[in-house]
Structures are given as structure tokens and as C-alpha cells.
Ligand binder design. Structure first.
Ligand code: AMP
Ligand code: GLY
Length: 420
């Protein structure tokens, strides 16, 4: 098959790495890709949020199957345009992508499906929102309804912080995303993520993971897109996973199908676990980044068969061949991230590193110029390893990190600490 993957991050490098190994893959193109992806696939310059442009490109290049990585093209209906053009696509419709693109939509689906989640209020008006905050008190969570690049959630420990967040959101700090807000009950517990393939009807869990959202060691400092991840997440025991599937994932997916907007793609369920009970924090309609990197290293080439089965509505026949293993990814980010960071610094030492089924350095924000690898993003490399134990995987990952010569970057030294 000729396959097109949309995206340019570490998540898409990991997807490319897994798909490439599958014997069903003939030509593999990634748009726009990055320097690491270019080492294993063709890269093409393409506006991936323009469904018409992607459909035309797919036709010119005899593409059989399109895999959509990030949320932005999904929220813009790129999968719908591609399906209208007769293409096989992995990724939800614009309607189903509202599970990530609107917090209120997800709360409302959970209510209809009776799925455990935080209590909430929904507001289009600052005064009513503030009255709700004053009535409920802190801690409380204020969320911009729409997509805000991971920045639209304020977990307020003090009431004033929540009130200020309302002023910011209705003041336009998050653009259109903050025109409506959801205010939620603060949930205490341990967070973990469950990744579930959905083909409209059937669901298939393909693994669990935990990431580290804060920039600093010991989970301190500002939030980031994720500084590292590991899979499996020990807190998500088989029993809790079963509850999350039966009480949250299956009922909400049935509700989507019942409304005539079935979900097809990967559902990323962010869960809060306390006293053996999972509750939904949020849904994303894409693989997590960097959680995808650890899932792909564990699944290998079978990841493609599973994704393909979801796209073709064949999940009832699919199964995952689990290895009893663990994977860890350590994110190396540019100095300054998640604030302003420098671009263009050179990364050395990548050539000598192992690159096999146990160890891979996925690129998240790099380009190559004059034979050099240069950093172009905030999160730049995802140094990923697999092992029989979490400790083993972590040791291998850090061994590679230490061999990378990049004074322009930094990393957390404690990825996986919670599980060790
Ligand atoms: P979200 O974008 O909805 O995942 O929110 C980002 C982060 O905020 C989550 O990963 C949680 O750590 C935290 N968070 C969101 N909602 C809640 C909640 N109701 N209670 C506690 N923490 C929350
Ligand atoms: N690592 C968090 C996310 O992908 O949303």
C-alpha cells in the first residue's frame, strides 16, 4: 500500500517508524515530516489543514491510506474531505473530533452516557461563571471550551486564580477557544492515559501510558506538552482498565454512534484514578505526544495492522500481541522551553546511537542543513527505549541521552519516578 502520514512531530516519527516496518507498506510519504522522518520516509511539503490540498496530493501520488497525526486537521474536517474523495483514512470526522475540540461537548456526552467525570458548569458569560466559582470555592478547574494548544486549562488552588482565569478567557487570551468556558470540580488522584482504537462500533485497547507534563524534576514548574512518558502505566491495573472501558469508553462511543456521528480513530482517554475508580479528565482524538512514542516502540509493525483494521471497520477480528515489556521516552527540549527558546542550535552525537527494535531516537523538532542536525522546535528529540522492566528501559534511554551532545537543550532526569 501507498501510505501518507500527516504531521511533523515525534508522534509522527514514531508512527512512521512502526508503519515502515510492516510488509504491507510500499511507498511511505509524510507531510510535512522532519529531519528524523526524512531518514526513513519521503517527506512532502503540504498544508495539512487544507483537506482539498491533501486530497489532491493523495490522488497525484496514488495514496491508498491516509493516517492523520495531529488534532488540528481533524478538528478542521480534513478526514471528511479525504473520505469524500474516496480515500481510506485513519482519524475521526470533524463532528467526532469535537470530543477533543469542545470540552462542553465531551461533558455533555459523558452526562448522556452516564460516564464518571468531574461535575461542571458551562458558561458564555463572565459574571455567571464567577458566581459559580464563588459558590463552589477552590480548588476548582477553569477550561477554555475550544482547542488552546494545551494551555486552556487552569487548575486553580485559590479562588482568586480562578476568577482571574475567567477575566483572561473572556478577555480573549485564548481567542475564540475561550469564548465559552467549562468550570469543573477539582479531581484528586493519579492521572494515567488509556489508548483505545475505535472503528465506529468496536473498541480495542492498545495500551496505557503516563506522561510528565511539568517542565521540572519532581513535577514542578510550568506545564509543557509532555517531558517524557512510559508505558505501561502501573496505576492503570487490568481491573481499572476494565472499569474505564465498561463505564467510560464503551458508553460514550455508543452514544456517539447513536447520534449518527460514530468515532473512528484513536481515542486517548485521560483518566484520574482514586480508590480504584477511574474518572474521565478529557478525551483527545489522536495519539498522545510523547505517549505515542512508547506505544509504537512496544507494538512495532503490528501497530499498522491495528490502525488499518480500525480504518476498515475490522476491529472485531483484530487483536494485540502483547509483549511483557516496558518503554520509556525522555524528551530533550530547547533551553527556554516552554517559554521562548532558541532555534537553530546544532545537535551532535546522534549517529553513533543504537537504532533497533529496543532503542530509537525519535525526532520532534529538527531539520538537517549542510549535513548537520539542527533544533527547530521546543521539544526536539524523544529518546526512547524498551526493556524487560521499567528500570531497564529507563537506564537504556538515559544512556542514549547522555551520549547526545547538545548544549542548546535540556531534559528531566526523573522520567518514570512515580512508577519506580
Ligand atoms: P486537560 O487539557 O483537560 O487534560 O487538562 C490538562 C490537565 O489539567 C490534566 O491533565 C490534569 O492534570 C488537569 N486537570 C484537568 N481537569 C481536571 C480536574 N477536573 N481536576 C483535576 N485536575 C484536572
Ligand atoms: N502528552 C499530552 C498530549 O499529547 O496531549
Amino acid at each position: 500500500m501507498n501510505i501518507l502520514i500527516l504531521g511533523s512531530g515525534g508522534r509522527e516519527h514514531a508512527l512512521t517508524w512502526a508503519v515502515k516496518q510492516n510488509p504491507k507498506c510500499d511507498r511511505l510519504i509524510v507531510a510535512p515530516g522532519n529531519a528524523g522522518i526524512a531518514q526513513i520516509a519521503e517527506c512532502a511539503d503540504l498544508d495539512i489543514e487544507n483537506g482539498g490540498a491533501v486530497a489532491a496530493f493523495a490522488e497525484e501520488n496514488a495514496i491508498d491510506f491516509v493516517i492523520i497525526g495531529p488534532e488540528a486537521p481533524l478538528a478542521k474536517g480534513v478526514s471528511d474531505r479525504l473520505r469524500e474523495a474516496g480515500l481510506l483514512v485513519f482519524g475521526p470526522s470533524e463532528e467526532a473530533a469535537r470530543l477533543e475540540a469542545s470540552k462542553f461537548f465531551t461533558k455533555e456526552i459523558c452526562a448522556a452516557a452516564n460516564a464518571p467525570t468531574a461535575g461542571y458548569g458551562h458558561f458564555k458569560d463572565a459574571e455567571a461563571a464567577k458566581a459559580y466559582i464563588r459558590a463552589n470555592g477552590a480548588p476548582i478547574v477553569v477550561k477554555a471550551d475550544g482547542l488552546a494548544a494545551g494551555k486552556g486549562v487552569i487548575v486553580a488552588m485559590e479562588e482568586q486564580e480562578a476568577l482571574d482565569a475567567i477575566d483572561d478567557m473572556f478577555g480573549g487570551a485564548f481567542g475564540g477557544a475561550g469564548a465559552e468556558v467549562v468550570i469543573e470540580e477539582f479531581m484528586d488522584g493519579e492521572e494515567a492515559s488509556l489508548f483505545v482504537l475505535v472503528d465506529g462500533e468496536e473498541v480495542l485497547s492498545i495500551g496505557t501510558a503516563q506522561d510528565h507534563k511539568r517542565v521540572g524534576e519532581g513535577d514542578t514548574g510550568p506545564n509543557t506538552g509532555g517531558m517524557g512518558a512510559y508505558s505501561p502505566a502501573p496505576v492503570l491495573s487490568a481491573e481499572i482498565e476494565r472499569k474505564a472501558m465498561d463505564e467510560i469508553v464503551k458508553p460514550t462511543m455508543s452514544e456517539m454512534a447513536k447520534r449518527g456521528t460514530p468515532f473512528q480513530g484513536i481515542l486517548y482517554a485521560g483518566l484520574m484514578i482514586k480508590d480504584g475508580q477511574p474518572r474521565l479528565v478529557e478525551y483527545n482524538v489522536r495519539f498522545g505526544d510523547p505517549e505515542c512514542q512508547v506505544l509504537m516502540l512496544r507494538l512495532g509493525a503490528q501497530a499498522f495492522d491495528l490502525i488499518h483494521a480500525a480504518a476498515e471497520g475490522r476491529l472485531s477480528d483484530a487483536q494485540v500481541n502483547w509483549a511483557d515489556d516496558h518503554a520509556v521516552t525522555v524528551v530533550m527540549a530547547a533551553n527556554g522551553y516552554p517559554g521562548a527558546y532558541e532555534k537553530g542550535s546544532e545537535i551532535k552525537g546522534l549517529e553513533g546511537l543504537p537504532n533497533d527494535s529496543m532503542n530509537v531516537v525519535f525526532h520532534a523538532g529538527t531539520k538537517s542543513a549542510d549535513g548537520k542536525t539542527l533544533a527547530t522546535g521546543g521539544r526536539v528529540l524523544n529518546v526512547t527505549a524498551r526493556g524487560e522492566t521499567l528500570q531497564d528501559a529507563r537506564d537504556r534511554a538515559y544512556e542514549m541521552v547522555e551520549a547526545i551532545d547538545w548544549p542548546g537543550g535540556f531534559y528531566r532526569r526523573d522520567i518514570g519516578w512515580r512508577a519506580l
